[in-house]
Design a protein around this ligand. Structure first.
Ligand SMILES: Nc1ncnc2c1ncn2[C@@H]1O[C@H](COP(=O)(O)OP(=O)(O)OP(=O)(O)O)[C@@H](O)[C@H]1O
Ligand SMILES: [Mg+2]
Length: 364
């Protein structure tokens, strides 16, 4: 019976040894001092070393000092018994001096009573994965930079168009209105065209008001002069008059000394969120709040209209939601949308307050 057991154990040992040899993942068995005792073919070929060369090294010799230090700290915890395994991505030297990235999994191997515990180290080559991640990170950073530049360019363009509309087109309309007034005064009250001139005069005046409104929406000088809370309140009032909707506006403790970037970002998010609510929700009643909590600024725009699926909406052709998200990213903030079809929408923009803004906080 005992002989049968011994034979089975030997067969099992052989199988595990074959698995160790054939594994495509690098495996090494080390003693508790971190010295390799065995290494399989996959690990040897990954590092370009023979098993004998591996045995002549200590586990800290395989990596650059920073990576070895991180590994060493975890290995020390393993030796002290506070952990029995850990994972780490670190760089490994190949024999030719080049570096590869490996995902290392270390675990303690308790042997039969009386024998010393050993450590099993598994290493998967993740060099390609790391290179792809780095490339992705670089492309994302580049995209973020380009988005920032595009938004900046759009703001410069908007400011220019707003100035042209205000300083040139508006002024010419004022002159036209004055000329029409003069013409009307010069004509006898009974003249044939008096009524037509009065009508044209009214149209010129309406056009002038619309152009001024457009100019303010494109570039709000109020934002720079009066600060975010007042400019936002004024925009809500203007929009509710123009679109005949009801907007309940509430603001509390908004610092006057917000950076230009943060004010403009939240102002644009407010404009887009309210325009979306007015255009798409089907509701005529919206709530806007601008508050500060835990060193963060919150802008919330709520409607109780048709609602929408935010994930699908961002994939659509519209640019509004994406532009809100990108603007917020540029000031370390974020956008969250909670909405479901038929249950209204809540758009929340969050921006952290920097210490400078914090100290300057004064309630408006
Ligand atoms: N408050 C809302 N209520 C209902 N649907 C909304 C609301 N806000 C956005 N949506 C939906 O999300 C879509 C995407 O909005 P987004 O602002 O990105 O684009 P848009 O308003 O269609 O076009 P753009 O903003 O580029 O002029 C909208 O087309 C609409 O279907
Ligand atoms: Mg929109």
């Amino acid at each position: 019976m005992n002989e049968e057991k011994a034979q089975l154990a030997t067969a099992a040992d052989q199988i595990f040894y074959d698995v160790f040899k054939a594994s495509p993942i690098g495996i090494a068995v080390e003693d508790m001092e971190g010295r390799p005792l065995f290494a399989n073919a996959a690990l040897c070929s990954m590092l370009g070393l023979s098993e004998e060369e591996m045995r002549n090294k200590h586990c800290t010799d395989f990596s650059p000092p920073e990576d070895a230090a991180k590994d060493g700290a975890l290995f020390a915890q393993l030796r002290q018994g506070s952990i029995d395994h850990y994972h780490l991505e670190k760089r490994f030297f190949r024999k030719d001096g080049t570096l590869i990235w490996g995902r290392l999994s270390i675990s303690l191997m308790q042997n039969a009573a009386g024998s010393h515990p050993l450590v099993v180290a598994m290493v998967a080559d993740v060099t390609e994965k790391r290179a792809a991640e780095e490339k992705l990170r670089q492309s994302e950073a580049k995209l973020q930079m380009l988005t920032g530049q595009l938004i900046q360019a759009q703001e410069v363009e908007r400011a220019w168009v707003a100035r042209e509309l205000h300083d040139d087109v508006s002024q010419r309309l004022v002159l036209l209105a004055l000329n029409l007034d003069r013409l009307q005064q010069d004509l006898p009250p009974s003249a044939e065209f008096t009524h037509e001139i009065a009508k044209a005069r009214k149209e010129v005046e309406d056009l002038g008001n619309d152009i001024q409104g457009l100019s303010h929406r494109l570039h709000s000088s109020k934002l720079e002069i009066t600060g975010l809370a007042r400019a936002a309140a004024s925009f809500c009032k203007e929009l509710s008059d123009r679109q005949k909707v009801q907007i309940d506006f509430y603001s509390e403790n908004i610092p006057k000394e917000l950076s230009k970037e943060v004010s403009l970002c939240l102002f644009r998010v407010l404009q887009e969120a309210l325009q979306n609510a007015a255009r798409h929700s089907g509701s005529r009643h919206f709530q806007v709040s601008l508050t500060v909590a835990s060193d963060e600024l919150y802008l919330i725009v709520r409607d109780s209209g048709s609602g929408f699926d935010p994930v699908e909406a961002v994939k659509g052709r519209g640019l509004g939601l994406t532009s809100m998200q990108e603007r917020l990213k540029l000031v370390n903030g974020n956008l969250s949308i909670s909405s479901q079809p038929h249950s209204g929408a809540t758009i929340q923009a969050r921006v952290p307050l920097t210490p400078r803004m914090e100290s300057a906080r004064t309630a408006e």
